[in-house]
Ligand binder design. Structure first.
Ligand SMILES: Cc1cc2nc3c(=O)[nH]c(=O)nc-3n(C[C@H](O)[C@H](O)[C@H](O)COP(=O)(O)OP(=O)(O)OC[C@H]3O[C@@H](n4cnc5c(N)ncnc54)[C@H](O)[C@@H]3O)c2cc1C
Ligand SMILES: NC(=O)c1ccc[n+]([C@@H]2O[C@H](COP(=O)([O-])OP(=O)(O)OC[C@H]3O[C@@H](n4cnc5c(N)ncnc54)[C@H](O)[C@@H]3O)[C@@H](O)[C@H]2O)c1
Length: 471
């Protein structure tokens, strides 16, 4: 069997794997190989972030025009919208990513990788098996897979790949779940013409964000004709003639879901109930490790993990951040050095591209109190700055800062409404840099931009927060 050797071996060429390889070897003279069994660029580029946002942006623009005198109202054109999606996923062709890898000096090996011993990975493909040895490090960047509980399996439900890769728009679509995928997919599937029913086990949407954010998205979905059933669980699923017709095609005859509140009939059911790190069949037992060692960060010095595979926040930008950190650690260790890292843990930002948009970073009020912080919370309608209310006639939602009462540092921020995602990074910078609110008051946003909402939020804090504690 052929054996090849590189300094760094990365399993999985999604955004996290690509960045880990790049940052580990850049400027070092070391070599790295990316091993990928599907498409270079991973889930994010073809079946997750990129297609979903390519679908959602025109829908958001059309939505704004309906609320903006002075322009004709735009309407979603389903065929053109799906063509835009196809362009953004490069028609599921990864040659652009392959060119990028070549330009970055990274080797690419196509196939299914399994760890086969210390610093050793076996790659299987139609061309046969190759043993790949790592002189320095192996990085696990295998991503995550959608949950499909047993009760759904025989019905061949849609997962997020079918929703982002939609070809046939089902007339009646049931979406199960109340998280990010469910809220975003319900938005684009309704805009494409499906009659959408969202079945949510819990009593709110987006349960990891502030309750007022989930309420705004619930109202937004209902305004757009989506039926949302809260506190409803699926007990049984039946489907006539289930058939593996391919990604984005309707997978057979009508589906009947028995729920705690009666039966639902649909032409398709989309499962959006979370994802788990893809660590099965990775050969971890060959080096006496389990998936728990990976998600718990208890790995030997030659083995690293990044991205969704770590079990951390499953977000592309977070995986890429981890990858830059891990890449720098590998490069520094190879040079007999220790990589510089800030003392402060980076906060995790997230934007949910629903209508309205929800952007958050750091701790929610409840999380901050649970962590023992005494907090001061300031919340204003998102429409309360000239810059935000100029964006459209009716700006939905509220925005909020959570501030530590003693240190006066920002712990968390949530923005809801048009432009929310673009207001978020200032909060991320403030938390990362440890900028207290009395200093933030002197960061002047331009008039009349949406960022002026920051002034409104800071003005709502107690007057004593305008100077350092004790001054
Ligand atoms: C519908 C949807 C929308 C999303 N939208 C956003 C968004 O807007 N913003 C955001 O930040 N995040 C978003 N996410 C999350 C984001 O897609 C993931 O966090 C991101 O893709 C994780 O990157 P990764 O590199 O860790 O894994 P992946 O992108 O999953 O890549 C892992 C790669 O490893 C390969 N692989 C796995 N096992 C092996 C093996 N044994 N051998 C060889 N190759 C292997 C896979 O084929 C894959 O290409 C979304 C997710 C979904 C489902
Ligand atoms: N814009 C973005 O940043 C974006 C977009 C899409 C996805 N993502 C990432 O992808 C990840 C996966 O998204 P997701 O929406 O699948 O997961 P999620 O964890 O966000 O939400 C899962 C939802 O399903 C519910 N649920 C769990 N098990 C269930 C069951 N057996 N029956 C019924 N309901 C159940 C949960 O209560 C929750 O409401 C997210 O954590 C997110 O980080 C990010």
């Amino acid at each position: 069997m052929e054996t090849v050797e590189y300094d760094v071996v990365v399993i999985g060429a999604g955004p996290a794997g690509e960045n880990a390889a790049q940052y580990a070897v850049e400027g070092t003279g070391m070599t790295a190989v990316l091993i990928e069994r599907e498409l270079l660029g991973g889930e994010c580029s073809y079946w997750a972030c990129i297609p979903s946002k390519a679908l959602l942006r025109p829908i958001a623009v059309a939505d704004v025009t309906a609320d903006l005198p002075g322009v004709s109202t735009a309407h979603v054109a389903p065929k053109a919208l799906l063509e835009r999606r196809d362009t953004w996923v490069s028609n599921y062709d990864d040659s652009g990513q392959a060119d990028w890898a070549k330009g970055a000096g990274l080797a690419v090996l196509r196939g299914d990788a399994r760890i086969a011993g210390e610093r050793t990975v076996r790659v299987s493909s139609a061309d046969g098996d190759v043993v790949v040895r790592a002189r320095r490090a192996v990085v696990i960047a295998t991503g995550s897979a959608a949950h499909v509980p047993e009760v759904y399996a025989d019905a061949l439900p849609w997962d997020s790949r079918d929703a982002t890769g939609v070809v046939d728009v089902p007339e009646r679509l049931v979406v199960v779940g109340g998280g990010v995928v469910a809220c975003e997919a319900a938005t684009w599937m309704a805009a494409l013409g499906s009659s959408v029913t969202l079945v949510v086990r819990g009593h709110r949407l987006l349960s990891r964000t502030e309750p007022f954010a989930g309420e705004a998205v619930l109202a937004g979905l209902r305004e757009r004709g989506v039926t949302v059933l809260l506190g409803t669980s699926v007990e049984a699923v039946r489907r006539s003639d289930p058939e593996a017709t391919g990604t984005g095609r309707v997978h057979g005859g009508p589906v009947t879901l028995t729920t705690t509140h009666g039966e639902l009939e649909a032409d398709e059911v989309l499962l959006a109930i979370g994802r788990s790190p893809r660590l099965d069949d990775l050969g971890l037992s060959s080096v006496d490790l389990t998936a728990d060692h990976v998600t718990g960060g208890r790995l030997p010095e030659w083995l690293y993990a990044v991205g969704d595979a770590t079990g951390g926040p499953p977000l592309t930008h977070w995986g890429k951040h981890q990858a830059r950190v891990v890449g720098a650690r590998i490069a520094a260790r190879a040079a007999g050095e220790v990589a510089w890292e800030p003392d402060r843990e980076a906060p995790v930002p997230q934007v949910v591209f629903a209508e309205p948009e929800v952007a958050s970073v750091g701790l929610t009020e409840a999380q901050a109190r649970d962590e023992g912080h005494e907090v001061v919370v300031t919340r204003v309608p998102t429409a309360s700055a000239a810059g935000t209310s100029l964006l459209r006639d009716h700006v939905a939602g509220e925005s909020q800062l959570v501030v530590d009462a003693h240190t006066r540092l920002l712990l968390g921020a949530t923005f809801v409404g048009t432009g929310a995602g673009e207001m978020l990074h200032a909060a991320t910078v403030a938390i990362t840099g440890g900028v207290p609110v009395h200093v933030l008051r002197h960061a002047v946003p331009s008039y009349p931009t949406a960022s002026e909402l920051w002034l409104r939020l800071l003005e709502e804090l107690p007057p004593s927060f305008r100077t350092p504690p004790g001054v």
